[in-house]
Design a protein around this ligand. Sequence first.
Ligand code: UGA
Length: 433
Amino acid sequence: MKVAIIGTGYVGLPTGIGLAELGNTVVCVDKIAEKVESLSAGRATIYEDGMEELFQKHLKSGALSFTLDMSKAVSGADVVMLAVGTPPHPVTKEADLKYIYAAAEELAAYLDGYTVVATKSTVPVGTGDEVEAIIRKVNPSADFDVVSLPEFLREGFAVHDFFHPDRIVIGADSDKARQVLLKLYAPFEGKTEFLLVNRKSSETIKYASNAFLAMKIHYINEMADFCEKAGADIREVARGMGLDSRIGRKFLNPGPGYGGSCFPKDTNAMAQMGRKYGAHLNLIETTIAKNDERKVNMGKRVIAALNGSRDGRIAIWGLAFKGGTDDCRESPAMEILNEILKHSENVSVYDPKAMENARKLLGNKVVYAPDAYEACRGADVLVILTEWEDFKAADLNRVRSMMKTHKILDLRNMLDAETVKAAGFDYSCIGMK
Ligand code: UGA
């Protein structure tokens, strides 16, 4: 099948590469000339584990191509996927749909033959109706259906998740559209659950899922705070809870608060939708407020670890919003650093992948270390903000030799407390005394 993908970000690019691997011809279109140029020349614009090899393979074979030209991508396509950004509106925090609507307006003119227009971007309930109306207005004779096709890829694991989906949700009000998408995703038949639902349910599934996961993280973070006061150990508590198959083990890792380009944006948009429909989503509202508060509190905790010294040197390991990605958007690390920088100017940072992106946000307020050990030179406290495997494997003796005061504050609970203490560190983490 011929598939056009509009938008080559964290959703569009891995999806395009995955669909090319499934045997389709995929043309990705983007508005940013440098992006298209770079991708066409074989230089990936984002980092995703396992992406490079497939990207090069399909670029060479011609199954995957990139263009600025909407008509080239959309003409003759069986499926057109909208994978453009839906950033939060700066004031209302609603999902801003201007890119979706602009793309719908632009693509409409080039539809020829029956086409399924599938929305991959996370969009509020009812957006499908709007997209349909826009296309109809621009091109009244077009033969098309608009479908909600939410994506559940995690950043950093997008390629893995594309090939191992927990479910494929197809939100279509037309059987013809359903059949086209079932054919596109036929390689997953028997391997995963297909959920054929109406368009509005599909749009809601995406938000309800992300908001639930965010609430689960908020819950375990709150439990961690409780454990610290009560003398329990959150690792044992989370394990004990997770073994109940109704609760499940995943997303029970306490941390500095959730971040990224999805959970903060989607919880806010969902809460806003609740207000709009007069169906207040109190759990989600609380989750948002407490998660914001948590990041500030974590910054204060770092400052407290310096015992009031304004000259104390702070080493930071991890800047990305989670391990496995170079993305710093809404990273808890950035917000914690903003809090830290109100009290200290002696901060050196290191992240295996996110240095470049962090530099765009932090400028020259911090020192960028060339490696994890150099970040620790002369430090009074080492703070872990992102869970990278490299940090788990670090040589603790070498870390110790670089630091002035041997203190580690592990806000991701990723190191083994006993091993770190045995190596001569004063160690503290989340959710235990
Ligand atoms: C999330 C969802 O997991 C994907 O299913 C969804 O497709 C995606 O949003 C999206 O809407 O596009 P992602 O933002 O890549 O994926 O990141 P997650 O792995 O879900 O992590 C989000 C945040 O929660 C990170 O800051 C992470 O560190 C934090 N987290 C996660 C915890 O603090 N504890 C956990 O146990 C799990």
